[in-house]
Design a protein around this ligand. Structure first.
Ligand code: GDD
Ligand code: MG
Length: 359
């Protein structure tokens, strides 16, 4: 039997701006390849042969990169929403591309999650209980930013509470579902639908078998800069294994065509993209340098993301910084505490400093 997957990749990625101005979130490079490549490689390894991408924002970027999917051993199709239809609407919108029979399982995944859980075990649990839909759940310390999902003793979902201030449990929706095909066809067509706010609560209310599959493997939603940096570092170091990692796991990853000075330091799972330059005495710690970025001599870049073709001059300090594409940072700047620079921004030498040596 062919196993199919739907990937929801139509979101705007607003929390990751300015990186997502030119690139949709699932296409941002994480440990050297687009986040979506890691997901697609995992799906292929789990036996998926046909995947449909539900796109909207920056839709062309996906097809331009992946084409027919053959490089990943998958048959890929793309369906674009002219106006975003939400998560449920996006799933419904690809229904006519699916080949699964009404009772067959179809995997559905949020396109911004890194997960080490077993897709095969989740599928087996779905079949074992004869569920309508089976949700992968993980435990987090703060459930407020997620879908909160209480269960009964048999693992049945008793409520689906999207983003609430006072979560009733720390079990959350991990954004990977097994849908029975029939349910996809039952989602209303041609209007926005949220599976989290509409479909799942309605199924629970109607007494359908909505099953929770709890597996606390590695899991991270890469939707914020801090999580993005963490996810990339965890892939580079091998904390979360990926069949798509373009090199051996270790302290750092350097892609072909990058020039790294011998006395610079790359630590903490940093990744250095194609055509990057890292000059003498620079220290790149737990950071992501996207393709073509350049870091000047003696600069420290920590827990930061440097956009494509952006240049950072000598003697700079970047901590928790996010630089969009084509930014120019002059020498001697200190960019700390979550600062974000938009594409094309130019900072003069020493324009931003916090040190006591400020004359
Ligand atoms: N096709 C399409 N159309 N995709 C969309 C749309 C849309 O209108 N809106 C969002 N998406 C995609 C995004 O690209 C992303 O991959 C996925 O759906 C989830 O959207 P996010 O914006 O990342 O949602 P979230 O992180 O706030 O919450 C979701 O994920 C959490 C786990 O990471 C929810 O599913 C939560 O319940 C869940 O806990
Ligand atoms: Mg998300």
């Amino acid at each position: 039997m062919t196993l199919e997957a739907v990937l929801l990749v139509g979101g705007q990625g607003t929390r990751l701006r300015p990186l997502t101005i030119a690139t949709p979130k699932p296409m941002l490079a994480v440990a050297g390849v687009p986040l979506l490549t890691h997901q697609l490689a995992r799906l292929a390894a789990a036996g998926v042969t046909h995947a449909v991408l539900g796109t909207s924002y920056q839709a062309h970027v996906f097809a331009d990169h992946f084409g027919d999917g053959s490089a990943l051993g998958l048959e890929l199709e793309y369906v674009t929403e002219a106006d975003p239809l939400g998560t449920g609407g996006g799933i419904r919108n690809v229904a006519d591309r699916l080949r699964a029979g009404p009772d067959d399982p179809v995997l559905v995944l949020n396109g911004d999650v890194l997960s080490g859980h077993s897709l095969r075990t989740q599928l087996a649990e779905h079949r074992r209980v004869g569920a309508t839909v089976t949700l992968h759940l993980v435990e987090v310390t703060d459930a407020r930013a997620f879908g909160c999902v209480p269960l009964d003793a048999d693992g049945r979902v008793t409520a689906f509470l999207e983003k609430m201030d006072a979560p009733v449990t720390n079990l959350i929706n991990a954004g990977c579902y097994v849908f029975t095909r029939r349910l996809i066809d039952d989602i209303p067509c041609g209007r926005p639908v949220s599976v989290e706010r509409e479909t799942f609560p309605a199924l629970v209310a109607a007494g359908a078998r909505v099953q929770g599959y709890v597996e606390s493997a590695y899991w991270l939603d890469l939707g914020t800069p801090a999580a993005f940096v963490t996810g990339s570092a965890d892939l580079v170091t091998g904390k979360v294994p990926s069949p798509a990692l373009p090199g051996p796991a270790g302290d750092y990853l350097v892609l072909p065509g990058a020039a790294v000075a011998a006395d610079s330091a790359l630590t903490g799972g940093s990744s250095v993209g194609r055509g990057c330059r890292v000059e003498e005495g620079a220290w790149i710690d737990r950071s992501v340098l996207l393709d073509g970025a350049a870091i000047g001599g003696g600069s420290l870049v920590r827990s930061s993301i440097v956009g494509r073709r952006s240049t950072v001059g000598d003697g700079c300090v970047l901590t928790d910084a996010v630089l969009g594409d084509d930014v120019i940072v002059g020498a001697g700047n200190e960019l700390l505490a979550g600062i974000r620079l938009f594409p094309g921004a130019v900072l003069d030498e020493g324009a931003v400093r916090f040190s006591s040596d400020l004359a």
